[in-house]
Ligand binder design. Structure first.
Ligand SMILES: NC(=O)c1ccc[n+]([C@@H]2O[C@H](COP(=O)([O-])OP(=O)(O)OC[C@H]3O[C@@H](n4cnc5c(N)ncnc54)[C@H](O)[C@@H]3O)[C@@H](O)[C@H]2O)c1
Length: 434
């Protein structure tokens, strides 16, 4: 008689496994699409009825998933979405891709993972592979998720399989997307890791198995902490260069000619997005439980958190030098998404920059081809056409979208503060660099 593992392996190899993805956001929807493209029948489950409706209409709300890709998969019956967790009864595998934000206290907010797992546990059955993909602190899969599934009386590694696999997707990256980013996976038992490896290798180019769920969880935190700390370092360099009258961008470009031992990071108006400003605090929270302060993380968090203030000071000083007080000045912000060429506003430093400038009495407007409105402090701002820059006393480039016409912007503006080096190569005494 075939074991549970052998039956599931066979279903995965023959693309007969019914794949589920819980949480159809920036991570979950592209993943669901990859498995549907690989020939699996995929069901997405999301608490948002609206997202389920849009997926079923072939109408994508994620930039990296064109509706032209989603539509045919839905029409052919390979992909469907629902808000009803009873769909779990029919599934063989589930990838959990729900949010993992921070609470106001900077402690991990595990409520989304807990609630998704509670729903899965209600309809859980033997022969399933469950993979947590949400970024989280080391120990989550074994200490939080596993006990919820063990209540079923089933045995992990024999009756069901549980893994953690960090998601590394980089929205808007034209070169690396879900299918060609190597996928790290670690299971609760060797059989779980092997099941996870087999599963991903059906749809993704390269799978990297590791020895435990904790290693897999820590991989993601190392990657994002590495970025956050290096951005903190380069932001500190920018502050130091500013004091000494040195062009930090030229310094970085020249340093990056070293063919080994250096990797360029760039300063900016502050961290943004759902990952880099948040994930390292999952790690520092966990180290604190173990009696250790993660000092690099706290320090980089402090320096990065100062950058919107530094930008507001730059703008104020530039206006003063031009003989205009910031109070009553018209300031136009170019780009409010947290990074170029995407619509994601989560944790965007543009919000802080706008608020700080408004607090100093400026009248702030913005342009962003991806973000039609911005809500801050109970106020809704609507995007203006790029031409609004002409009337402004100062323009601030906060997000360097490729769609902006930078040369025209400099020609038509009175003063431009550039926080992203978007005006590289344009010479004008109207430009003030970060
Ligand atoms: N966005 C990225 O670039 C990125 C990259 C790597 C890792 N991650 C990580 O992946 C995870 C998901 O991030 P995201 O950007 O896709 O978030 P998202 O907010 O875009 O998507 C999450 C989805 O989960 C749904 N959801 C919330 N609670 C649910 C529940 N209990 N059951 C079912 N669905 C639920 C939401 O409605 C939403 O559609 C996070 O842990 C994040 O840190 C994100």
């Amino acid at each position: 008689m075939l074991s549970t593992a052998e039956i599931l392996e066979e279903k995965i190899r023959t693309r007969g496994a019914r794949v589920g993805v819980v949480g159809l956001g920036y991570v979950g929807l592209p993943l669901a699409v990859e498995f549907a493209k690989a020939g699996f029948s995929v069901t997405g489950i999301d608490v948002s009825q609206e997202k389920a409706r849009r997926v079923n209409a072939g109408d994508s709300y994620v930039g990296d998933v064109p509706s032209a890709t989603l539509g045919p998969l839905v029409e052919s019956g390979k992909l469907r979405a629902t808000a009803d967790f009873s769909a779990v009864l029919e599934l063989d595998t589930i990838n959990i891709c729900v949010p993992t934000p921070l609470r106001k206290t900077k402690d991990p907010d595990m409520s989304y993972i807990v609630s998704a797992c509670q729903e899965i546990a209600r309809h859980f059955h033997a022969g399933m592979l469950i993979i947590l993909e949400s970024t989280t602190y080391p120990g989550t899969t074994d200490e939080l998720v596993l006990p919820m599934l063990l209540k079923s009386g089933l045995e992990v590694g024999r009756d069901f399989f549980l893994c953690f696999s960090p998601e590394r997707v980089d929205p808007g990256n034209p070169k690396f997307q879900t299918a060609n980013i190597p996928k790290v996976v670690g299971g609760c038992t060797p059989a779980c890791t092997e099941m996870g490896r087999l599963f991903y290798s059906q749809a993704l180019e390269r799978v990297v198995p590791v020895s435990s769920t904790q290693v897999a969880e820590m991989v993601k935190l190392l990657e994002n902490t590495f970025r956050m700390i290096n951005i903190g370092l380069v932001n500190e360099m920018a502050l130091a260069c500013d004091l000494m009258g040195i062009d930090v961008w030229e310094v970085i470009d020249a340093a990056a000619t070293k063919p080994f031992g250096f990797m360029p990071f760039y300063p900016g108006p502050g961290l943004g997005g759902h990952c880099i400003p948040i994930d390292p605090f999952y790690l520092s929270w966990k180290t604190r439980q173990a009696g250790m302060e993660a000092r690099f993380i706290e320090l980089a968090g402090y320096i990065n958190g100062q950058m919107p203030q530094f930008v507001a000071d730059k703008v104020q000083n530039a206006l003063n030098d031009a003989g205009k007080p910031v109070k009553g000045s018209r300031i136009h912000v170019m780009g409010v998404a947290y990074k170029r060429d995407i619509e994601d506003m989560r944790e965007s430093p543009a919000l802080d920059v706008i608020l700080l400038l408004r607090q100093r009495g400026a009248l702030v407007t913005y342009s962003d081809p991806y973000v039609p409105t911005v809500r801050l402090d109970g106020l809704t701002l609507a995007a203006c056409p790029e031409e609004a820059a002409i009337d402004a006393d100062c323009v601030v480039i906060v997000t360097d979208h490729a769609a902006f016409d930078y040369r025209a912007l400099v020609d038509r503006s009175r003063l431009v503060v550039d926080t992203r080096n978007a005006l590289k190569g344009i010479i004008s005494d109207k430009i003030v660099q970060l």
